[in-house]
Write a protein that binds this ligand. Structure first.
Ligand code: PAF
Length: 286
């Protein structure tokens, strides 16, 4: 596996691969890799000839009081995992080469970025979209793989690609859970044993929502109040939101008729976790 740190070298590599008529599959990450990331790489191998993974903890997507400094960084371990997964290139730029002095251009987002995490983390998705667009221009992928764990992020990137006519196929990949049901996330590494147990209320709440839905409750307010009652009783979490919204537009709905996303964000101690479940779609369960 080649490790490329320079933007220009990465662009030159990608240009060369394209001249050879080979396809590039890209998995952007912030490192602290887990099975969820590895599942994206395995999907990438199914579709593309060459695989690039980036590791870049993007400062512009963290708010001033968020966990940029404490975000887990496990480069040595990540590198070994990527070699095992037969990744061709690890793109590992530093912040200075991604944001040179005088950097002043940002993507502006509208509707999809307004609710849920967008409301609570102002500027977060603009930071994500801007860095992803930069990474796309550097890595020049044919396919880019995003996990549905970050469901709002996936929708925003998919829309950006459509709106800006980028010639990239965005591939959504399944959310991966640990055996106990907790959605895999790099942030799980920051949970103590006791916090991890408390965090399990999150997937249990989603499962409960799914069960009520399967029993025929389609009214959003009713589902929300049942789930929040359960979380209040069982959980020792600081819930930021539990919302049930249209899975394409993220607009509020009153009754579940079309594919719908139940999304939750909560603090367990100092660690902010998100999770979601799609209702009205096949193969989704907690
Ligand atoms: O999902 C992530 O890890 C990040 O938001 C991404 C897409 C790598 C952009 O920094």
């Amino acid at each position: 596996m080649q490790i490329i740190r320079s933007v220009q070298k990465m662009q030159a590599w990608a240009g060369e691969v394209r001249i050879q008529k080979q396809s590039v599959g890209f998995v952007p990450t912030m490192g602290a890799l887990h099975e969820g990331h590895l599942s994206l790489i395995r999907e990438a191998h199914k579709k593309a000839d060459k695989i690039v993974v980036s590791i870049f903890v993007n400062p512009t997507q963290f708010g001033p009081h968020e966990d940029f400094k404490n975000y887990p960084r496990t480069f040595e371990k990540d590198q070994k995992l990527l070699i095992q997964e037969k990744v061709d290139v690890l793109f590992y730029p530093d912040a200075h080469s991604m944001y040179e002095e005088g950097f002043q251009t940002n993507i502006v987002l509208t509707e999809l970025s307004k609710p849920l995490c967008g409301e609570l983390r102002p500027g977060h998705f603009e930071g994500v979209a801007t860095v992803v667009l930069k990474l796309f221009n550097i890595v020049k992928p044919h396919f880019a793989f995003f996990g549905k764990k970050d469901f709002q992020q996936f929708l925003i990137i998919e829309k950006m690609v459509e709106d800006l006519n980028l010639d990239i196929h965005v591939v959504p990949c399944a959310l991966i859970r640990d055996e106990d049901g907790l959605a895999l996330s790099s942030r799980n590494k920051r949970l103590s044993e006791e916090e991890r147990k408390r965090a399990l209320v999150i997937p249990r709440a989603l499962k409960m929502c799914q069960e009520f839905y399967q029993k025929g409750i389609k009214n959003v307010a009713q589902l929300q109040s049942k789930v929040l009652e359960f979380v209040d009783k069982e959980g020792d979490l600081n819930i930021q939101y539990f919302e049930i919204r249209d899975a394409k537009t993220l607009e509020s709905i009153e009754e579940i008729q079309k594919p719908t996303v139940c999304a939750i964000a909560a603090y367990v101690g100092n660690v902010r976790l998100i999770d979601n479940l799609l209702l009205g779609e096949k193969n989704d369960s907690v």
